[in-house]
Write a protein that binds this ligand. Structure first.
Ligand SMILES: [Zn+2]
Length: 583
């Protein structure tokens, strides 16, 4: 089952599409001469409409290249067109940025930024754009004058960007030696060595961790220097731009308030006890007195069912059908319009994704279906993303993509629905295993990530004031001890765990996004169980908003107050309920 990509070019050649864009961009640049506080409503609308048109076409071309490459990573056609596309994109963003700066009220050499009085007039012209427009204005408070921004950008290129690149270069060059049954095996990639952490054999798991952490330990001073540099750079910029806290930089970028994230992390901390109980239970299941951190991911028996593609399709579609007719129709559309590349193939990208191109185009879904039980959840997940995009199809091309914090709402919700349905059909042992695996997943996606961020908060406080590698590693160790309590033995090696987490180098505080997304879906699912009839309507309003609304307000209007601990607690209560069943 393959997808059809031709529609993305709209009956023209790739380079013809680029020519059209070049023309539109010239017109756009010409229209920018009209930018002033007194710009007429008509001229302003003309500029916005033209920008949206260009975004839509660029979106199609970029999807064309991206999807072609995904279906064949050695595609010659992509190689051919990529460079003309990239050079156009660079020109494009240089010009469009001028409009963005003006709207944000930022002065440049060419013109003064739009004043507040006229913002009110213009933001009313295109209603769905209003809230994000005003938010961009607010975010501009954290911008520096244009010449300073340019200096920072250029210095970053050779400064902090190179430093984080060094982290990647050093760590991807690591090689690992793993002792398996007396023989030493050489392993080249992190992913391969990580697979052994999930092995059935206890000593293999332990050896895998030791071998995995060895090069990180041996280079801990260098990696610490890199991390310190990332943290200091982040905080220098935070001060220059006038953010309140280190984490505020991420929060504001995510259109979230500091309070919401503070509440989320507090509720996570309060519920660590769930996982402490879970790991005690897991020890019992593994026949151990107490679990060690080396055994954390020891496999619980998985259900070894195989599903055919047709079977999976039926189960997943029926699952949507029970929830809502429109969801079902939208998911079915992926098949009707041939939007799915379903099976593994040579040179095809691994994994799975949903690509939402434009509001008027049904999204594309890539799967690597092989019949494993996980594959059916992946299908539900990616279809959920596609439905999310289709629910927002009345929004403009720049606004129909969901805001980041809500991007995983429909996808993880679909998975949960499916899980609950399959759980109802499962009996005894199978049911127990499903629950145990689900709780363990939630440890990884919610609690573990929240504790990464808790550590980052500490690191960003301590590093600028001066701290040694050893002191920081010990803080990390303490953080782990707090998380696991007396439920897990934590070997000293794990105090270096923070050295192996790329996210905290590349995107500080990014990890709470996982906790946020997964716990939000659980909490919403709990609401759904309480009031199925009204919930569907509410969820649709949330999905329909795309990227137009501040998540906190949007959710609150539907009765979900994410600034309150009680809301998030609902999510954990569901996990607690599962845990109590298998205890
Ligand atoms: Zn996803």
């Amino acid at each position: 089952m393959r997808w059809k990509l031709k529609e993305l070019l709209q009956g023209k050649r790739f380079d013809e599409n680029i020519s059209i864009l070049e023309n539109e961009l010239r017109t756009f640049e010409f229209l920018l001469n009209k930018l002033s506080d007194n710009i007429s409503n008509e001229d302003y609308k003309k500029i916005v409409v033209l920008e949206e048109n260009m975004v839509a076409r660029i979106g199609r071309l970029s999807a064309y290249l991206g999807l072609m490459l995904a279906e064949n990573t050695k595609s010659q056609e992509v190689m051919k067109f990529r460079s003309i596309f990239e050079s156009f994109s660079m020109k494009y963003s240089d010009i469009v940025r001028k409009f963005d700066f003006w709207e944000k009220g930022l002065d440049t050499k060419e013109r003064k930024g739009l004043n507040q009085k006229n913002v009110l007039r213009l933001s009313d012209l295109i209603k769905q754009r209003k809230e994000s427009f005003l938010y961009r204005r607010k975010m501009a408070n954290y911008s520096l004058p244009e010449d300073q921004e340019r200096i920072i950008q250029r210095k970053d290129l050779n400064g902090i960007n190179t430093v984080t690149e060094l982290y990647d270069q050093i760590t991807t060059n690591f090689q690992y030696e793993l002792k398996i049954h007396g023989k030493v095996k050489k392993i080249k990639t992190m992913k391969e060595i990580m697979d052994y952490v999930f092995d059935n054999n206890q000593s293999i798991r332990k050896n895998a961790y030791l071998s995995y952490y060895k090069p990180f330990r041996e280079n801990k001073e260098i990696l610490f220097t890199i991390y310190s540099s990332v943290v200091k750079d982040w905080n220098i910029e935070k001060d220059l731009r006038g953010y309140k806290n280190s984490i505020s930089v991420r929060n504001i970028d995510n259109w979230l308030s500091d309070e919401v994230i503070k509440t989320l992390l507090k509720v996570c901390e309060k519920n660590k006890i769930i996982y402490q109980e879970f790991f005690k239970l897991k020890a019992k299941n593994l026949g151990l007195k107490k679990i060690s951190r080396f055994d954390l991911y020891a496999p619980l028996k998985k259900v070894q069912k195989k599903y055919s593609f047709e079977e999976s399709k039926k189960i997943v579609l029926n699952n949507f059908k029970e929830f809502d007719k429109e969801f079902y129709q939208q998911a079915s559309r992926l098949f009707q319009q041939e939007k799915i590349d379903a099976f593994p193939r040579e040179n095809k990208r691994s994994g799975a994704f949903c690509y939402s191109v434009n509001p008027d185009i049904t999204p594309y879904v890539l799967l690597n279906f092989s019949g494993k039980p996980d594959d059916i959840y992946t299908m539900a997940h990616e279809f959920g993303h596609a439905i999310h995009a289709m629910q927002a199809s009345d929004k403009l091309p720049t606004l129909f993509h969901s805001v980041i914090p809500l991007a995983e709402t429909a996808s993880t919700f679909s998975e949960l629905m499916l899980f609950d349905k399959l759980l109802k059909k499962a009996k005894d042992k199978e049911r127990k295993m499903m629950i145990l695996n689900k709780i363990e997943d939630s440890y990884r996606t919610i609690m573990r990530q929240a504790y990464f961020v808790k550590f980052e908060l500490l690191a960003h406080e301590k590093i600028p004031k001066g701290i040694t590698e050893e002191e920081l590693s010990n803080l990390y160790w303490d953080n782990l001890k707090e998380l696991f309590g007396d439920s897990v033995d934590i070997d000293e090696n794990f105090k270096y765990e923070y050295l192996v987490v790329p996210h905290i180098y590349h995107s500080p505080f990014y990890c709470y996004g996982y906790s946020f997304g997964d716990l939000l879906s659980l909490a919403l699912y709990a609401e759904y169980l309480k009031d199925k009839k009204n919930f569907v309507k509410k969820l649709k309003i949330i999905l329909n908003a795309g990227g137009t609304r501040k998540p906190e307000d949007l959710l609150k209007e539907q009765g979900f107050d994410i600034s309150k601990g009680e809301f998030w607690q609902e999510g954990f209560n569901l996990i607690k309920k599962w845990l109590n069943e298998v205890k």
